[in-house]
Design a protein around this ligand. Structure first.
Ligand SMILES: Cc1cc2nc3c(=O)[nH]c(=O)nc-3n(C[C@H](O)[C@H](O)[C@H](O)COP(=O)(O)O)c2cc1C
Length: 291
């Protein structure tokens, strides 16, 4: 049994980097919304000491162009496809799921319930998942924000509403100021913070949700080595996703895959998968390969 490696949504353009996408076990698209979005004005990416800030704002061609043009091209990559969807109302998510239902190229729909770069507040996560569940028989993953008082409670609510898995976590809101002007480096002001600083936050979220619900979890947040990936697996993840690292090292999945096994063997386990849940003293994890 292996621990699948995915890309984190929005961190890889598979159409311009097909060979990179083919190093992954699953390709996850950038979040698609009902209508096309230009995203936020630049600058919308900034580096910080311990990670990256972005305020892309869900730039995407909209579902119509995605279905007509992007999806058939992605399908030719030969990698299982997850489509990330986002919207501003329960109806938006339901509509997107209905439209994707008929497309056999799509194995899973990831509901982005957590983008920090759009102004409109989504309705509650559970309502969205329930509407999506009614709209599609496809596998549904709920992608949650780490910026919540009790993520385990949200996890239980989306599990009850019919989610098949969790993607943990999205970015957390952060701000950087230019040293000379002391004005925000991103045109929009604050943005989504990703990369190394997110690691302990992601670990805490995966750890909390793994015992709260009996669902497979894709862990992400600052993973750039096999040791980081193995830690998420020990916390309860059954797969890991690479995000910010891909901007500096597009082929990181190959290295992380090898390092994960090396890290597990060094700890006396036959594989990274065998480590799942080890961070928990008394939990059992049955769903390892349930992606
Ligand atoms: C430039 C950029 C764009 C992103 N776009 C999306 C997106 O469209 N949908 C989404 O669910 N997450 C998006 N994310 C969040 C990532 O999927 C991931 O949850 C987050 O970056 C944490 O992982 P990392 O620290 O490995 O990057 C984006 C992140 C970055 C850095």
């Amino acid at each position: 049994m292996t621990v699948p490696i995915l890309n984190a949504s929005g961190c890889l353009d598979a159409l311009t980097a097909a060979e990179v996408a083919q190093t992954l076990d699953v390709f996850v698209t950038k979040t698609v919304t009902p209508l096309p979005r230009e995203g936020n004005p630049p600058p919308r990416i900034a580096e910080t000491e311990l990670g990256m800030l972005n305020s892309i704002g869900l730039q995407n061609p909209g579902i119509e162009a995605f279905l007509a043009d992007t999806l058939p091209r992605l399908a030719r990559l030969g990698v299982p496809l997850w489509v990330s969807v986002g919207g501003f109302s329960v109806q938006d998510y339901a509509q997107l799921c209905t439209l994707l239902s008929g497309r056999e190229e799509v194995t899973t729909i990831e509901l982005n319930l957590s983008c920090p770069n759009v102004d409109e507040a989504p309705e509650t996560a559970a309502e969205i998942v329930a509407a999506a569940r009614e709209a599609t028989p496809k596998t549904l993953y709920a992608k949650l924000s780490p910026a919540t008082w009790d993520i385990a409670e949200t996890a239980r609510a989306v599990a009850d509403a019919g989610a098949d898995g969790l993607s943990l976590v999205n970015t957390i809101r952060g701000l950087a100021l230019a040293p000379t002007t002391l004005e925000p480096t991103l045109e929009r002001g604050a943005g989504g913070y990703s990369g190394p600083a997110l690691r302990p936050i992601a670990l805490a979220c995966v750890y909390a949700c793994a015992t709260a619900v009996d669902l497979p979890i894709v862990g992400m947040g600052g993973v750039s080595s096999g040791r980081h990936a193995v830690a998420l697996v020990a916390a309860g993840a059954s797969a890991v996703a690479l995000g910010t690292v891909l901007f500096a090292e597009p082929f990181a999945a190959r290295r992380v895959r090898v390092e994960m096994t090396e890290a597990a063997v060094a700890l006396g386990y036959p594989s990274a998968a065998a480590l799942r849940g080890k961070a928990h003293k008394s939990a059992t994890f049955a769903n390892l390969s349930a992606l």
